[in-house]
Design a protein around this ligand. Structure first.
Ligand code: FMN
Length: 214
């Protein structure tokens, strides 16, 4: 769908998901992430960049598992994560919009839990490439987990935590032949509706990931 059509539908509150492609599985157990190997860190940093042209080819499940683990998976026995959060509130949830449905990444269980049985990719942003790229991630802050953070600081701290996750995704992409772009130009109400979020949950950012086009 074109950016103009999305903006018009968004203004009317009618930017809606498409029917899911294939069967929406209730729960996907992810394969154990591969935590070794990859490109040397300095090379991945040297290759990091934003891209806006994506193939529609889907990521194999092991690659999706590795991507989500790199993004914000559990990397220590005490439950610590690959990205920092203020007072370790771990307030950012990652939602994964796939053609078959929208899923919540459960880091501790290393699983994806279905939250919407429709293809919400086109709802995750005004830019046209978000509709067909392999997946769009949505970063949502759960303010209910931030009670110990002063209220005035919650949104900015959560945005910093989400930013750290997005950079993990950029570096994973650079290291694995994928491309990505972080996006703030999004219709937060449309996304919240599509994901069925509560008033405690705030949509912060979205990020498209996929194989490069062509
Ligand atoms: C907070 C933030 C919001 C952004 N929002 C968008 C967006 O909505 N759409 C987009 O195409 N790029 C977006 N970008 C990506 C920037 O345009 C991109 O990082 C910048 O042009 C520098 O390019 P580089 O990432 O390749 O170095 C955003 C970046 C940041 C940090």
């Amino acid at each position: 769908m074109s950016t103009l059509a999305k903006m018009a539908l968004g203004a009317m509150g009618r930017l809606r998901p498409k029917p899911a492609q294939g069967d929406a599985v209730q729960r996907i157990a992810l394969p154990a992430p591969e935590k070794a190997g990859g490109m040397p860190l300095m090379q991945a940093i040297a290759a990091r960049h934003s891209a806006r042209e994506f193939s529609s080819k889907q990521l194999p499940l092991p690659m999706l598992s590795n991507l989500l683990w790199a993004a914000d998976g559990v990397n220590r026995p005490d439950g610590g994560r690959t990205a920092p959060s203020a007072i370790n509130a771990q307030e950012i949830d990652i939602y994964v919009a796939l053609p078959s449905g929208a899923y919540l990444y459960e880091a501790a269980a290393n699983a994806l839990q279905l939250v919407a049985g429709s293809d919400i990719r086109r709802v995750t942003g005004y830019q046209d490439f978000v509709d067909e790229a392999a997946l769009d991630l949505v970063y949502v802050a759960d303010h209910g987990r931030m009670k110990l953070v002063p209220a005035a600081s919650r949104e900015s701290y959560a945005s910093v935590a989400a930013g750290a996750i997005t950079q993990n995704v950029y570096l994973f992409a650079a290291s694995n032949g994928l491309v990505t772009v972080i996006r703030a130009w999004i219709d937060r109400d449309a996304i919240a509706n599509a994901l069925g979020l509560t008033h405690d949950q705030q949509v912060l950012l979205s990020q498209t990931v996929g194989f490069p086009k062509g």
